[in-house]
Design a protein around this ligand. Sequence first.
Ligand code: GLY
Length: 389
Amino acid sequence: MGVTFEGYPEISGEEINQALDFCNRQILHVLPDFTDKFQQAYSENGFYPPIANTDWTTGFWTGEIWLAYEYSGDGQLRKAGEIQVHDFLERIDKKISVDHHDMGFLYSPSCVAAYKLIGSKEGREAAIKAADQLITRYHPVGEFIQAWGPMNAPENYRLIIDCLLNLPLLYWASGETGDNKYRDIAEKHIHTAVANVIREDYSTWHTFFFDMKTGAPDHGATCQGYRDGSAWARGQAWGVYGLALAYKYTGRKEYIDLFRNVTEYFLTHLPKDLIPFWDLEFTDGDDQPRDSSSASIAACGMLEMSKYLEPEEAEHYRKIAAKIMKSVFDNYAVKDFETSNGLVLHSTYSNHSPYNTCNHCGVDECNAWGDYFYMEALTRMSKDWVLYW
Ligand code: GLY
């Protein structure tokens, strides 16, 4: 069944409660600064500055508010969540910074969550509009959703592995509206993505280009990984969670095996403390930053997939997720208000190398999705959680 991390401790029920309790207190503590504003994608020296709702990452903060609301039922959280959902509706109505594929990251943990949890009408309306926006980026010739940049720009005629997390929004929109057009596009994109981003050794490409005329697969490339041909840790983690979700929504059995293999590649490239460096090329002894967010993302994927597996294999993945989350909790989680206004330290957003094309920002800091998926993993381990995805 693959690597088991024999002898590593699992996070206990008591530790999960302690962790969620601190998350809830931290979120309430900073809520006055982040109700009309959102947290920046990444912290600066441990502290997030407030920003307007314009980046691809703001849905994670609202998602944290909803997860905290699920934990404590505190009315202040519900009120703040509703204010933010209203802001998301305005954002999609006015088309503010929505010219990219990250509609799922933005609208699932904020607006779909609000609809599922409190029946928010604004949440439902905003999320359906976001799904409409997302499908405008679909290329029927190559059968994929273009990630970034103006449609048909040659330098951006590509998909990226991260997009697998944007697709649950489309399944949800088909379920809500009865219109299968969203789901059909999601299905086509998933198929194109997994057929191309997964390499023979089950490491993954971050991004994959297509021929503009024929739609045929052209070549893989990295943006945020160390180099073309290496495995960007978060890309691999998006693959783990993305394949679990792909199986949930399509029921295609071949995705189970892909999940097993992509997950195994991730797990066998972890350093001793189970928290990956920012690219899986690096390991213990390398002077490189970690990406703690990838650990929580992969744990969420394993916890999701364990719902669909036979008991023995399900238990295998649940145990690994609990071991990884023990390390996040013990060694990376924020434990007091003075250190940070976030939840998890030592994550990496975008680390520029001589061989990649990304900006340099948020290296060895908290980031919005690292905090969100930490809470999601803890919540998943504390109860039978109804997905926002
Ligand atoms: N989806 C962008 C990232 O993971 O940094």
